[in-house]
Design a protein around this ligand. Structure first.
Ligand SMILES: [Zn+2]
Length: 334
């Protein structure tokens, strides 16, 4: 696990202005659906936690050992690829609502990290004001589909809402968990939001939560600074920062890494995918990125493509070209 999992910057784009074509993501979901006999989707709920161990020094190692033992228990388990998907809703719940509808229709399992209270990132970073904003995440949809296929977790922004005062942040954290649990009694996991850093670069993932509070509230820290083991991970975080090579953002690069008997993690920010091209992306001009938009957006306009879409929804041509070669135990691009 690399520091990549820590990158969780929120895009400043409104809904429908994504960095990536939404058909690229939809195509990937259809790809997962088609290969559901090979790729088993996990959520943190399906991890092998020891029920009484909340110590960050031991619980991730113990979980990994238990997972390895489970895998060794039957040959057919070792033939599958395991993928743990996480959505960070951030400030654009409408985008997540649309994505969740598609995921439900395809039977795609995932973790959904939500705020309890959303504050304006723009005002916090410009004027240091804590201003609550509407957060119309579809509670009914999540409740009806929780804990399977959707595991709802708490995306904590308590440090920024507590103005970087740790005692206040811890109070807010506890309040948030208690309030969210009234709607989601299964809530057992949390992940810090990459928010607006405060003094000394303190961010939400600097929250001072150890064994005692995790045990008392029955919540586990699963992403961003503390996390269970995965063989490799993908994140679309910091997508417009220019800090990572464009290959890192290609789902294809990630899929090529997959091997049977391994567990992988993927972090998606649903608001990074839209139908209108965002001008000035750091990828603009790269052949891969330009070609992706051309194929998907121009392709959507063609008559043949439209006819096909009517039959199968929006199909991404990229994902038709990955096949699983069973004897080799890997996906190949053909
Ligand atoms: Zn976030």
């Amino acid at each position: 696990m690399a520091a990549l999992s820590e990158l969780d910057t929120e895009a400043a784009s409104p809904p429908d202005v994504g960095y990536m074509p939404v058909a690229y993501l939809n195509g990937f979901l259809q790809f997962l659906h088609r290969h559901r006999d090979v790729v088993e989707l996990l959520t943190y709920e399906r991890f092998h936690w020891a029920s009484d161990d909340y110590d960050p020094a031991t619980m991730y190692k113990a979980e990994h050992a238990a997972w390895r033992a489970w895998l060794a228990g039957a040959p057919e388990r070792q033939r599958k690829i395991y993928l743990n998907l996480q959505l960070d809703v951030d400030g654009y719940p409408e985008c997540t609502n649309r994505l969740l509808e598609r995921m439900r229709a395809l039977g795609i399992r995932c973790n959904v990290m939500i705020f309890n209270k959303h504050v304006s990132r723009r005002l916090l970073s410009s004027t240091n004001e804590i201003v609550p904003e509407e957060y119309p995440i579809d509670y009914a949809l999540l409740q009806q589909n929780s804990p399977d296929p959707f595991v709802v977790g708490y995306h904590t922004n308590a440090v920024e809402r507590g103005r970087y005062e740790m005692p206040r942040a811890l109070e807010l954290f506890e309040e948030d968990v208690v309030e969210l649990r009234q709607s989601f009694p299964h809530l057992r996991f949390f992940s810090p939001h990459g928010g607006v850093p405060g003094p000394d670069r303190l961010n939400n993932n600097g929250i001072d939560i150890g064994e005692e509070l995790q045990r008392r509230l029955n919540v586990r820290w699963v992403h961003n600074r503390r996390y269970p083991a995965h063989a490799a991970n993908y994140t679309d975080g910091a997508i417009n920062s220019g800090r990572r090579p464009q290959e890192d953002y290609q789902f294809e690069t990630f899929v090529r890494k997959w091997r049977p008997g391994r567990r992988y993690q993927m972090l998606i920010h649903p608001h990074h995918y839209g139908d209108a091209r965002r001008p000035g992306s750091v990828f603009s001009g790269s052949p891969w990125y330009e070609n992706l938009w051309r194929t998907l957006i121009e392709g959507k306009r063609s008559v043949a493509q439209r006819a096909r879409q009517r039959l199968s929804g929006v199909e991404c041509p990229v994902w038709g070209r990955f096949v699983y070669v069973r004897p080799m135990g890997r996906f190949l691009w053909i």
